[in-house]
Design a protein around this ligand. Sequence first.
Ligand SMILES: [Zn+2]
Length: 343
Amino acid sequence: MAQVDLAQPELVTRPEFYPWQTLPRQQIARQYRQDKLPHALLLCGQADLGKRGFASAMAQLLLCRAPVAEKACGECPECALIGAGTHPDLRIVQPEAPSKQIKIDQIRALIEWSGHTAQRNGLKIAIIHPAETMNNATSNALLKCLEEPAGSTLMMLVTRQPARLLPTIRSRCQRVNFALPSPELVLPWLAERLPDNQNLALLLNIAGGAPLAVLNHHDEQYLERRQVIAKSLAALLTAESSAAEAYSRLAADEPVMVVNLMLEVVADALRWQVSEVDGTVKNQDLAGNVKVIGQSVSKDFLFRLLDRLMQEARQLSSTSNPSPQLLLEALLDAVSHRQLEVF
Ligand SMILES: [Zn+2]
């Protein structure tokens, strides 16, 4: 590993809090100042709100020697060590590829680390992310650590699915909820980062209001691919094209994106059928194809398709699915033949 030169500020990175995280930042910083920091925090909220980034920024703020206005200075030795990824009192525990789970050995190593005295300023911080990727045995190992906390360790568990954690883990943590920020707060922030993008309001709407999802999917191609997927589904359902034609159009897309978007389109078509008002369609950029599907496919079939798509989405996100492409091909075939038994 390269030697870290503490005198070079350009080596230092400073994770930033996002503008919609002011309240949790102030709350935790205040608890720290009052010496009332709990041993464990559970950072909860849906995906793409920057919870993991918040945990990093908070860790650096709490370890920094010279914070200014509740922000880490980015220049002190602690900030330099964090920037270099070598701070001895900061631990990040996350699944190590190719595993999608946090392993029990990682938690055992964490427990051993937390038993040692802090090497720098007295506080030690561990970030566990995503916390829902711990299985029961791993969670129970962590539980022991939360039940008998070592004096100066703060654990930050980050999760988008708190219900999947053991109740005993949840009850040992102080919960910090991250709510969906208002578009008024997010749109100017996005406009600063993507100044040439004319579709920010649409993209934020598509992303369900989650700001970081827009940063991940802001290119023209993304909107185009959405149109292709919705149109392919409509053509398949109106028997305008065959399963093989649909597959050839969609083969280059991520199957998980195709299935999730089809889910949205079918849910929208059902909404449209109920009201026959275009404004009830959530994915406004796809309203044309949603309407075609709503007009030409029965409610009963759409509900069965919704079930089947949810099943496919679960399979695609599971760890054991060997071939997402084959799964998509079989799905398109089943839709074209109107054979949607959920197995
Ligand atoms: Zn600092």
